[in-house]
Design a protein around this ligand. Structure first.
Ligand SMILES: [Zn+2]
Length: 203
């Protein structure tokens, strides 16, 4: 998606309706700074605000994402481009999530080891020693929780048996034995248990 083009388009539509950035912001219950950020291409409107924004600007969401009023001639092409772009964006953010998962996992493990090492070798009261160890485990568990959550929501798992791709529940992911990101889980489609691989795309 061309953020600059979308920004210019929002500004153009707003001016055509004789609205200031402030007036548009008030209608949407947001700050005029947010509007200015959209119009300069620094950010995109939240998906939650898009329907209302498009209503005010008297355009469709497809127009907004295309950065121009889409005519019937190029409607399908623009729609397809926008859909493809959305899928690409999701795959990219999923990829980032999975990298963050690894980073959080490593950080949590390092913190746990450092705190245990400190408790073991540095002179301190027993109270402090226990606090350090408990803190280490709490941080480690919190890290594992978030890492697993990222793995659950990013991309899909593919069933080896029937090829079904799906997003499992957090519990299913947390309880399943795993080798790397390949997990031994129940497929919701064929209901068989097998090793299910993590994939980024839906098909
Ligand atoms: Zn299956």
């Amino acid at each position: 998606m061309d953020q600059i083009k979308i920004g210019k388009f929002i500004a153009e539509r707003r001016k055509k309706l004789n609205l200031t950035q402030m007036q548009l912001a008030e209608k949407l219950n947001i700050t005029d700074r947010a509007i200015s950020k959209w119009e300069t291409g620094k950010s995109l409107p939240d998906s939650s605000i898009m329907p209302e924004l498009c209503g005010i600007l008297q355009i469709t969401i497809n127009d907004l994402l295309s950065g121009e009023v889409v005519t019937l001639d190029n409607y399908n092409k623009e729609l397809e481009n926008n859909l493809l772009e959305t899928i690409k964006q999701k795959e990219l953010s999923d990829k980032r999530l999975l990298s963050a998962e690894v980073l959080i996992g490593i950080t949590a493990t390092v913190i746990l080891f450092v705190l245990i090492l400190l408790a073991a070798v540095v002179q301190m009261s027993n109270g402090l020693r226990i606090t350090l160890i408990v803190l280490g485990f709490v941080l480690f568990l919190a890290g594992c929780f978030y890492a697993l959550r990222m793995e659950q929501v990013a991309g899909y798992y593919i069933c080896k048996g029937c090829g079904h791709r799906y997003v499992p529940t957090y519990k299913a992911v947390a309880m399943a034995p795993h080798m790397g990101r390949t997990r031994y889980m129940h497929c919701p489609q064929c209901e068989k248990k097998s090793w299910q691989k993590k994939v980024l795309s839906k098909d």
